[in-house]
Design a binder for this molecule. Structure first.
Ligand code: FAD
Length: 468
């Protein structure tokens, strides 16, 4: 799907406005810069000239891996993006070659998959993207401005612009444009604003998971050469509910994020943090962590629920409006799909506009509805494994979970299954390929051999003076 969006010979419109200057808004504005004479990006925060955390993105201190599909779209929208990001220090990690990965009770084989995860701090990713966007001659940034409502045609059938003001008060300004894109994140006020204009309230599905992230920057001891750049201890749901990931990011630093479902989290002191790492499915992360030097306090983020707004189901929806990113759907972040799904929604917007501005808003919301089916079901089917999590379960969910567990286990010892698994995970293939007759047969019959059962990452060896 992410073939390059060609630039049409004539712009499809004069002025597009995107609000929310985080990943979804930056990619959307990049897509629209090829289609409109000018694009204005409105953001409530003021940006620093550098990779700094900011108030509007409180999740920014936690691990943010960019999947291959997301990187492909960013590279289409901003040619040379990958090179820029890597030059700024991001690590390009082969998903299985550079990854010590414990899943389904086994350490997965290490092989070159050709599927890459880009690892960097979230502020770095956003800064590099923002620089690329703001270098475009037809893009203007309006920062330190909060959007407070829509301007519409007299009959409210079309959104024609936005009301903006300084955060917390100040004089209202208006901005007019032929297209308005809401990229303001999961706190988006579009449901309320449309309702106030006489539209029905958008249906919303919430699945409460209370996933708590706790993250910290660390430095490895000198001479530490583990042979991997990412370490992941995944839980067997629902028997286990704790996850730990450690990844090499820019500046010779490592970022660790550990999290638990249903409110489970470590105490926020060194001893509690280490103890949580020890309690994961395998103690290897703990063994590594005790040799590291903390570079930051432990930061916490509480993700209460998956949230999907079904704009595709609304019987009426105004022209001139589109939503991208968490504003339409925000998933449990442990599956790492948020930014890639946001980029896909922005890319789809370009596709819909290329067919003409008339009806583009309707086409986009329908196609986004279809697009979200897979990432939504991937995220929520895992969460719904916990009996405590409320939500609708398909009558076949028990059987699918049973088979899914076997396929996960197969991917932990069978190279072919592992390659397919990472392609699905990076949104390069549909999950149906995991359920092909060949894969299912193998999942039901193949058993890990002795080498797979014994496989472990190299023991930690650091100079004696640093060992605890
Ligand atoms: C702990 C955690 C870890 C994650 N890890 C990953 C990962 O590994 N990989 C991945 O792909 N995704 C991950 N995600 C998801 C990812 O952060 C989001 O999906 C992604 O940032 C896209 O969000 P967004 O741009 O739609 O919204 P947000 O990032 O929430 O940004 C919204 C923006 O809108 C601005 N804004 C809000 N209201 C207004 C207004 N009224 N006017 C003007 N501006 C406004 C805000 O200041 C902000 O800049 C993670 C999320 C969390 C919580």
């Amino acid at each position: 799907m992410s073939t390059p969006n060609p630039t049409p010979s004539r712009p499809v419109g004069g002025h597009a406005i995107v609000y929310g200057g985080s990943m979804a808004g930056l990619v959307a504005a990049g897509v629209l810069s090829r289609l409109f004479e000018r694009v204005t990006l409105v953001e409530r925060d003021r940006f620093e000239d550098g990779p700094q955390p900011r108030k509007g993105v409180p999740q920014g201190m936690h691990i943010h891996g960019l999947l291959t599909r997301g990187m492909n779209i960013l590279g289409d929208v901003f040619p040379g993006f990958r090179e820029d990001l890597e030059a700024a220090g991001a690590q390009c990690l082969d998903m299985t070659g550079d990854h010590a990965w414990y899943m389904s009770g086994l350490w997965r084989p290490r092989l070159q998959s050709g599927v890459y995860l880009h690892a960097q701090s979230r502020p770095l990713l956003e800064w590099v993207t923002r620089k690329r966007l703001l270098a475009l001659p037809n893009v203007r940034l309006l920062e330190g401005r909060e959007v407070t409502g829509f301007l519409t045609s007299a009959d409210h059938s079309r959104v024609t612009g936005l009301q903006v003001r300084a955060p917390g008060g100040g004089e209202e300004q208006t901005l007019e444009g032929e297209l308005v894109v809401d990229a303001s994140g999961r706190g988006s006020r579009t449901p309320q604003w449309l309702e106030a204009l006489g539209y029905p309230r958008v249906e919303e599905t919430r699945i409460h998971v209370d996933v708590v992230y706790s993250s910290r920057l660390v430095r490895m001891p000198p001479g530490f050469k583990p042979g991997w750049k990412m370490l992941n201890i995944a839980p067997e749901l629902p028997r286990q509910r704790r996850l730990g990931t450690l990844v090499n990011i820019e500046g010779d630093r490592w970022l660790i994020s550990m999290c638990g479902w249903l409110g489970d989290h470590p105490t926020l002191d060194d001893a509690g943090y280490l103890e949580f790492a020890r309690s994961l499915g395998d103690p290897y992360l703990h063994d590594v962590l005790r040799h590291t030097e903390p570079l930051s306090p432990i930061t916490v983020f509480r993700f209460s629920h998956n949230q999907r707004r079904h704009y595709e189901r609304m019987p009426r929806f105004p022209e001139g409006l589109a939503l991208v990113g968490d504003a339409s759907c925000s998933f449990n972040p442990v599956y790492g799909q948020g930014m890639t799904t946001a980029a896909l929604q922005a890319w789809l917007l370009g596709e819909c506009l290329r067919q003409g501005q008339g009806g583009a808003a309707q086409r986009h919301r329908q196609r986004v509805g279809q697009l979200l089916e897979v990432p939504w079901s991937l995220a929520t089917s895992g969460d719904l494994r916990f009996p405590e999590v409320e939500g609708r379960r398909a009558p076949t969910s028990g059987l699918l979970n049973w088979l899914g567990d076997r396929i996960h286990r197969l991917a932990s010892h069978d190279e072919e299954a592992l390659r397919v698994f990472v392609r699905v995970m990076h949104m390069l293939e549909s999950p149906t390929v995991l359920f092909s007759p060949r894969m299912v047969l193998k999942a039901l019959t193949a058993r890990p051999d002795a080498a797979a059962l014994k496989r472990r990452p190299e023991p930690i060896s650091v100079p004696q003076s640093r060992a605890a």
